[in-house]
Design a protein around this ligand. Structure first.
Ligand code: HEM
Length: 118
């Protein structure tokens, strides 16, 4: 049940992917303006726990719901796609195989219903 977690590189892998994603997002001119009031360390830690739990790892995501945490941001489909691209780049940089990348992305994709609000 934790094979996706292990394919992502386990604890260290998921930690590195989360950190790399946040670095890319804060440098991404398409979306960085939306993160101006968010502490990158906090966001990295929340993403780490969420990716860990989703992939079957021994963690529990204890943060806000996707709906509540994104409600006021006015996120578009284009913003969402930009973040997904940043995640793909982050996983590429960590040497995560394409098929493993797609398994994580498939778990995240349905969240667009709660995250994209315009
Ligand atoms: C599948 C896609 C996404 C996932 C899995 C995700 C996940 C998360 C998580 C876990 C948090 C922390 C919630 C908390 O505990 O308070 C968060 C917050 C946040 N997300 Fe996302 N997110 C996604 C897409 C996006 C997109 C597309 C944007 C904007 C381009 C975005 C912008 C933000 C911002 C600005 C916050 C911080 C809100 C605050 O400071 O309270 N997210 N996201």
């Amino acid at each position: 049940q934790d094979d996706l977690y292990r394919a992502l590189g386990g604890e260290d892998g998921v930690r590195r992917i989360s950190a790399e994603l946040v670095q890319r997002v804060y440098a991404d001119d398409r979306i960085k303006h939306l993160f101006q009031e968010t502490n990158p360390k906090f966001l990295t830690e929340q993403l780490r726990k969420q990716f860990c739990e989703l992939s079957g790892g021994p963690c529990q995501y204890d943060g806000e719901s996707m709906k509540n945490s994104h409600a006021k941001l006015g996120i578009t489909k284009a913003h969402f796609n930009a973040l997904v691209e940043d995640l793909q780049s982050a996983m590429d940089a960590q040497g995560v195989p394409f098929t493993t990348q797609n398994r994580l992305l498939a778990l995240l994709a349905p969240m667009h219903r709660d995250i994209v609000t315009r």
